[in-house]
Design a protein. Structure first.
Length: 373
């Protein structure tokens, strides 16, 4: 059996955050939910032919965009479509996640999700400091974050998490303490801690290039990363991926599929699919059926860099079986690089697998650069 993931991209937001480079749009009126469902249905129908009999759906993930801006009925109907076209879905799926923003979350929506089969919610909080929210161009407030977390705690869902961003200009440890203390108070099981990345083409990137805003120093990013890891470890969170921490038993099964180079279907405008030996790149267009661009690859032309990006972000044990699709020459080249990284304490090698060490996690960008060279 090979685990299969399903990613459903909800390409709508109530407003566009200044740092975000994910594809989304802000509808001028109501969200075209039925059109979007119909489009995703056609995509799903077209991709069924590429599935292999041994692939079993184990996760579904509603990301965005902002999935919580659509109705509970949309999520319910989408899950029903998955069950109709993927016949083992309701028996085999272990995790169904919906991302949410505090300002578009309410009790009725969460209850609708739960009844439809959703068993995990991840809340985008990012920061509680109004000044930093303004810097990010993000809606929200400490009050809305607290209300949303209270709602999740009381909803009957046991698996819920939240995001924060560090590496924001003028952000302090006090800001980090405030958001972590809120997460701890509401018994959040999973925390994604993302360093702020400046993407060309975003408003924040442009503002910094023009001198309208300033960027944090890499040194502050590093010290905040160390601080977060220690504070989270002290209360029982395991860092299992470069940007992700979880209490035991609450790691994101869906994201682990990506990091382990497993197949996944992507539905929605701008979503990608990995169905070996094919890749699909969804076009970024909400106005009509999002056509896809297909790229066939084989052992001879697959770029090993496609797998390195995920494999070395995941910090738990990894099997060498991830490389079995590569040619002997490619595998030998990887082995030489791994031996070098082991000698420098960045990888730990075992007879049948490997693990990124704490040093490799700390210097993950140079590690990735070396493996991808």
């Amino acid at each position: 059996m090979n685990a299969l993931g399903i990613y459903i991209h909800i390409p709508f937001c109530s407003s566009k955050c200044h740092y975000c480079d994910f594809y989304s749009s802000v509808p001028g009126g109501s969200i075209p939910e039925q059109e979007t469902l119909d489009s995703m249905k056609r995509e799903l129908e077209s991709k069924i032919a590429y599935l292999q009999p041994s692939w079993v759906p184990v996760t579904a993930y509603f990301g965005g965009g902002t999935p919580s801006v659509v109705s509970g009925d949309f999520v319910r109907e989408m899950i029903s479509l998955l069950g109709f076209y993927l016949h083992s879905f309701h028996q085999s799926v272990r995790e169904i996640t919906v991302e949410a923003n505090p300002e578009s979350l309410d009790a009725a929506k969460v209850e609708s999700w739960r009844k439809a089969g959703v068993n995990r919610v991840h809340l985008g909080v990012q920061t509680l400091n109004p000044r930093l929210l303004e810097y990010l161009g993000r809606r929200g407030s400490p009050e809305s974050a607290q209300t949303a977390l209270s709602l999740l705690r009381d909803s009957g869902l046991h698996n819920y998490g939240a995001d924060l961003i560090y590496g924001i200009y003028s952000q302090t440890r006090r800001d980090l303490d405030a958001i972590l203390d809120l997460f701890f108070a509401y018994n959040v099981r999973h925390i994604s801690a993302y360093v702020l990345t400046l993407h060309e083409g975003t408003r924040l990137y442009t503002d910094i290039q023009r001198g309208i805003k300033k960027a944090a120093s890499p040194h502050r990013d590093y010290f905040h990363d160390r601080y977060l890891e220690k504070k989270l470890a002290d209360v029982g969170f395991q860092r299992y991926e470069i940007s992700n921490y979880a209490k035991p038993g609450f790691a994101s099964l869906h994201n682990i599929l990506y990091w382990k180079y497993r197949p996944y279907i992507g539905l929605g405008a701008g979503a990608h699919s990995f169905l070996p030996p094919f890749r699909f790149a969804g076009k970024k267009n909400n106005r009509r059926h999002p056509e896809t661009e297909t790229d066939f690859f084989s052992r001879e032309n697959e770029d090993p860099r496609n797998m390195h990006i995920g494999l070395y972000r995941y910090l738990n044990y990894q099997s060498f079986s991830a490389f079995r699709s590569l040619t002997p020459a490619q595998r030998n080249a990887i082995a030489v690089k791994m031996k070098s990284l082991e000698a420098r304490g960045m990888l730990e090698l075992f007879p049948h697998g490997f693990r990124v060490t704490p040093s490799g996690a700390m210097f993950n960008d140079p590690l990735l650069a070396e493996m991808m060279d």
